[in-house]
Design a binder for this molecule. Structure first.
Ligand code: FPP
Length: 236
């Protein structure tokens, strides 16, 4: 019998194309983000069904702060509504919420709602939904380097202690496994400062369609493609 295909333990997603989806329909960009939030729901549900343990979504990058103020505020409002409305559902589904990124930069109201939803779902065990918010991988690695230099200055670290494991333990993702599968929508062939350290060995699946058009069937298809690939981690 062929071996049972493994379900990725951790899927990471670059949700791209909300703005273009809206433009194609003559709608304001915030409508694209609103439709994108619906795809988030579909994606979480599909991962839960498959038994994926971790799902990390790139919801707001460090670079996104440079968008017009009304778009940033529409995204923060959407996130707040998502946190309010979905906390109950996450409890029912036994989903734990986590966040990675420079969370201090988020508006206080958003941060409070995020903190409440994370506290409420902290003991859930079926799946972990990780929202990358005000996240940038270079900033994350820089912060890790800064923390290690501090430890060295205080005499708690010598150069020989610095290993890949030590670096990983200083990242926001210290307690998360690396993503097995990275999905990006809207056809762009870039990783856009997302989990640069953590995706070293991830399989990448790119979709041409825009994020609001990404449905459960697309998630299932991406996992099938992942299962069809032979992961060698640099070996034979
Ligand atoms: C990229 O599309 C998407 C974002 C910058 C934000 C992602 C946000 C959501 C999917 C909605 C809210 C999320 C949650 C978790 C409730 P883009 O605006 O860069 O699209 P474009 O490249 O076509 O302009």
């Amino acid at each position: 019998m062929p071996p049972k295909p493994t379900v990725p333990e951790h899927i990471a997603v670059i949700m791209d194309g909300n703005g273009r989806w809206a433009k194609e329909r003559g709608l304001p960009r915030r409508e694209g983000h609103r439709a994108g939030a619906e795809s988030v729901r579909e994606c979480v549900e599909a991962c839960k069904q498959l038994g994926v343990k971790y799902l990390t979504l790139y919801a707001f990058s460090s670079e996104n702060w440079s968008r017009p103020a009304d778009e940033v505020s529409a995204l923060m409002n959407l996130l707040e509504r998502f946190l309010e409305q979905k906390a109950e559902e996450m409890m029912k589904q036994n989903v734990r919420l986590r966040a990675i990124g420079h969370l201090d930069r988020l508006p206080e109201k958003t941060r409070n709602k995020l903190r409440d939803a994370m506290a409420r779902t902290a003991d859930n065990t079926a799946m972990t939904l990780v929202l990358a918010l005000s996240y940038g991988s270079r900033e994350e690695i820089t912060e890790a380097a800064r923390a290690m230099v501090h430890e060295a200055v205080e005499g708690r670290l010598v150069p020989g202690d610095v290993t890949p494991e030590l670096v990983a333990s200083h990242l926001y993702t210290a307690d998360l496994p690396d993503p097995d599968l990275l999905i990006r929508t809207s056809g762009e062939l870039r990783v856009s400062n997302f989990l640069l350290w953590q995706i070293s060995y991830s399989e990448i699946v790119i979709y041409k369609k825009f994020w609001p058009d990404f449905k459960q069937a697309d998630l299932f298809a991406a996992v099938e493609e992942y299962q069809a690939r032979h992961r060698r981690f640099g070996g034979l």
